[in-house]
Design a protein around this ligand. Structure first.
Ligand SMILES: Cc1cc2nc3c(=O)[nH]c(=O)nc-3n(C[C@H](O)[C@H](O)[C@H](O)COP(=O)(O)OP(=O)(O)OC[C@H]3O[C@@H](n4cnc5c(N)ncnc54)[C@H](O)[C@@H]3O)c2cc1C
Length: 405
């Protein structure tokens, strides 16, 4: 049993910032993450590679803070003042939930072909050493991650043939104005744009199917007026990010799409704080600010000096949400025979008799596989407007041995 004043779940930017500032205040802090290395999604790297830039600065500060880091430590159950993970139990006075977000996938004909991945999935493979040089790649979906991934693929020698962004140019204009007001984000956006060939990014364009015999060979895309075929070796598609709120829900926090928090990142559950993407999608700078606020508030420190930056982050979250709202046409892309739950091979037509996720799950096993509905559940929320199921432990597939321990 591990005892802590503050336990932080999630070793991405938000969790690293929270654990660092809390430990610097003299509290006993443990930081738990399921990954082999800290950094979360954006600072993910090959285990042998050294961190760079602001990741390196934050990781150095964390190491000097005295916080105890437990990597490879997945939390699969929780109750007030107690976290349960594969490696044991942590008892805490305060907890910061910084479990990040996951990608939203929407099914389309051919999406289960080898060579079709999520945006983050392909990016994670590339960051772990997968060679994409000279591969012809189409990137599709929605949100800033699509451009970020396309740029990083191009920098690694891939030929990015097309970036199909479903949002129209008019819809994303407020997002571009917001970027213009933020020098760091603007410079990052400029870097991405320079990495890509002019004309590669097409707004108001979405994927309607992937084709190939044994693996993806081409993708069909449309702009609503015209549909065409684009040859490719790899196709990466993702429709924005979904906050990972399951652990917060298990601890009794109010969740409405994202975890509700006040100006100190306090949730509605006593002793539970949340920071970063579980509280809404806002990017790395927002995650770092919210993490610092949560860490300071958890040890009873003042957070007023971070209020302005927090507000800025909240404004950016709002802009992101509306700029990349998913178009209705995407609901009509999957065919009746298209697989929706790929863990259990459940097709869209199999779900037709049902009106909610729970009944569909009981009868078809949709959402009962290894991903526990994290893929099909998020897509059905959009396709059929089915709300989430009640959250129950274990939060992830867990062996009987771990449960018994
Ligand atoms: C797949 C993906 C790829 C992304 N790529 C980029 C990019 O290239 N550029 C960019 O600007 N932004 C990217 N983002 C967005 C970026 O993740 C956020 O802007 C920022 O990193 C959020 O930080 P965070 O700390 O809130 O979450 P994250 O960085 O996601 O960190 C959350 C951490 O929590 C851990 N965790 C979750 N649940 C548990 C649990 N039950 N037990 C233990 N640990 C747990 C995870 O392992 C993870 O390390 C990406 C997001 C995703 C989902």
């Amino acid at each position: 049993m591990i005892e802590a004043d503050v336990a932080v779940v999630g070793g991405g930017p938000a969790g690293i910032a929270a654990a660092t500032v809390a430990a610097e205040s003299g509290a006993r802090v443990v930081l738990l993450d399921e990954g082999a290395t800290l950094g979360g999604q954006i600072w993910r790297r090959d285990v042998l590679a050294a961190p760079k830039g602001s990741a390196a600065a934050w990781l150095d500060r964390l190491a000097a803070s005295g916080a105890e880091v437990l990597s490879g430590w997945s939390v699969f159950d929780a109750e007030p003042r107690r976290l349960v993970g594969f490696r044991g139990i942590v008892r805490f006075h305060q907890v910061v939930i910084a479990t990040g977000a996951r990608e939203r996938f929407l099914p389309f004909p051919g999406w289960t072909l080898p060579g079709v991945t999520g945006l983050g999935g392909l990016q994670a493979m590339v960051k772990s050493g997968c060679d994409v040089s000279d591969r012809r790649i189409v990137v599709g979906g929605s949100g800033p991650l699509a451009i970020a991934v396309a740029a990083s693929l191009a920098e690694r020698g891939a030929h990015v043939a097309l970036v199909a962004e479903q949002a129209s140019w008019v819809q994303i204009r407020p997002f571009l104005f917001a970027i213009l007001r933020e020098p760091r984000k603007f410079m990052q956006g400029l870097d991405y744009a320079l990495a890509l060939h002019p004309g590669v990014v097409r707004f108001g364009t979405w994927v309607v199917g992937a084709e190939g015999r044994d693996r993806v060979e081409a993708v069909r895309v449309t702009d609503g007026r015209r549909t065409w075929r684009e040859r490719c070796d790899l196709l990466a598609v993702g429709y924005g990010l979904v906050p990972q709120t399951e652990l917060a829900a298990l601890l009794g926090c109010r969740v409405e799409e994202a975890v509700w928090v006040d100006r100190e990142q306090r949730t509605t559950a006593s002793g539970v704080f949340a920071a970063g993407e579980p509280t809404g999608i806002g990017g790395v700078e927002c995650a770092l600010i919210e993490g610092q606020i949560a860490g300071l508030a958890a040890v009873g420190r003042e957070v007023d000096h971070l209020e302005t930056e927090r507000f800025r982050g909240l404004r950016f979250k709002d802009v992101l949400k509306t700029a990349f709202e998913l178009r209705n046409e995407l609901r009509h892309v999957p065919r009746p025979e298209t697989i929706v739950c790929r863990c259990e091979d459940v097709r869209l037509v199999d779900l037709e008799p049902f009106v909610d996720r729970r009944t569909a799950k009981l009868v078809t096993r949709c959402g009962m596989g290894p991903c526990q509905g994290r893929v099909c559940g998020d897509s059905l929320e959009f396709l059929k407007k089915w709300g989430p199921n009640e959250v129950r432990p274990p939060l992830m597939p867990t062996s009987v041995g771990d449960l018994a321990r």
